[in-house]
Write a protein that binds this ligand. Structure first.
Ligand code: DAH
Length: 339
């Protein structure tokens, strides 16, 4: 029996030493010390020993049990320490490693120029007004002196929601909406999206942007219009810029004009940018028609005003030398990253 116990002890020591995981150790604990374990089965045979032999064997068996327990505990601590070390090593963070760069966007070219124009007008005491893109026929046409059947409607075909509700073709309806809300002096710009049923090409889009301007007060004349828009042109294209007023017709202004700026590329001598003209058209303008003032609830005998409408896309294309309007809507990063 003594031999048997010594055998168990050395076998246990060897196997414990070889164990490489806590689960394996647990198996050994059951194998040797468990209820049906090897040591237990030896102890069960104690009864067959003589009374003299029993105490010595009992003591030896206890020492063996204690020894095996101690080994298992030591090994278990060792394995746990090793496991922890492996885990710590795997979880090490290199806090000096460079982070993943976050791509930062920036303003779209349309917003860059629009913000600049807003800034210029805010500096001249204008406020920014807003109006709906889904608009009544009344505000988009009727109140602007473009009755049903007027030929001006042909050039501004749009998307109709009902006979009387449409996607606005111009920002001009905001003029009447502002006049209804606000008494003179009025000094506003109204930037926004407009719609026309145009086919897409290099210079047309069914959705584009305009910036409307409206000034109404006592004694406003064409020279106010000219002075203010010359100031705008100089701010946008440089101090040397000149403007030219060409007679034109818009139903909601009288007199009406188109305004050209001296070509910012050639200074007016003529080049491919201005198609040899020396001038580039940037907006339509005029003195607000008395009927339009009336429709806005303003007495044309007391007040006068001027209005203008700028095509934002044109400004942007000239500004950045872009020859195809579609680029502004394509969301191609290779294009947008250039601004
Ligand atoms: N609404 C006009 C258009 O879309 C542009 C315009 C011309 C606006 C003259 C005005 C103006 O306010 O006075 O063609």
């Amino acid at each position: 029996m003594r031999e048997k116990l010594e055998e168990i002890k050395s076998a246990a020591s060897r196997l414990i030493e070889e164990a490489d995981a806590p689960a394996a150790l647990e198996e050994l604990r059951v194998k040797f010390l468990g209820k049906k374990g090897e040591l237990t089965s030896i102890l069960k045979m104690m009864g067959k020993l003589s009374a003299e032999e029993r105490p010595a064997m009992g003591q030896l068996a206890n020492t063996v049990r204690a020894e095996i327990e101690k080994r298992i505990d030591e090994k278990s601590a060792e394995l746990k320490a090793k496991e922890k070390e492996i885990r710590l090593r795997a979880e090490t963070l290199d806090i000096t490693a460079p982070g993943k760069p976050v791509a930062i966007g920036h303003k779209h070219p349309l917003s860059i120029v629009l913000d600049e124009v807003k800034e210029i007008f805010l500096g001249m005491g204008f406020q920014i007004a807003d109006g709906p893109e889904v608009e009544y026929d009344y505000y988009n046409f009727e109140a602007l002196n473009i009755p049903k059947g007027h030929p001006a409607r042909d050039t501004q075909d749009t998307f109709y929601i009902t006979d009387n509700i449409l996607l606005r073709t111009q920002t001009s309806p905001v003029q009447v909406r502002v006049m209804e809300q606000q008494k003179p002096p009025i000094r506003v710009i109204a930037p926004g999206r407009v719609y026309r049923s145009d086919a897409v090409d290099a210079t047309h889009s069914p959705i584009f942007h305009q910036i409307e301007g409206l000034v109404v007060d006592k004694g406003i004349t064409m020279s106010d219009l000219k002075g203010n828009l010359l100031a705008l042109a100089k701010r946008l294209y440089g101090e040397q810029t000149r403007i030219r007023l060409r007679p034109h017709h818009f139903p909601f202004t009288e007199p009406s004009c188109e305004i050209d700026v001296s070509c910012f590329r050639c200074g007016g001598k003529g080049c491919p940018m201005c198609k040899g003209e020396g001038w580039i058209e940037i907006l339509g303008a005029g003195m607000v028609h008395p009927k339009v003032l009336q429709n806005g609830g303003i007495d044309p005998d007391v007040y006068s005003g001027y209005a203008f409408g700028i095509g934002l896309e044109r400004l942007v294309m000239f500004r950045f030398n872009i020859d195809d309007m579609r680029l502004l809507y394509d969301n191609d990063m290779r294009f947008l990253e250039q601004f």
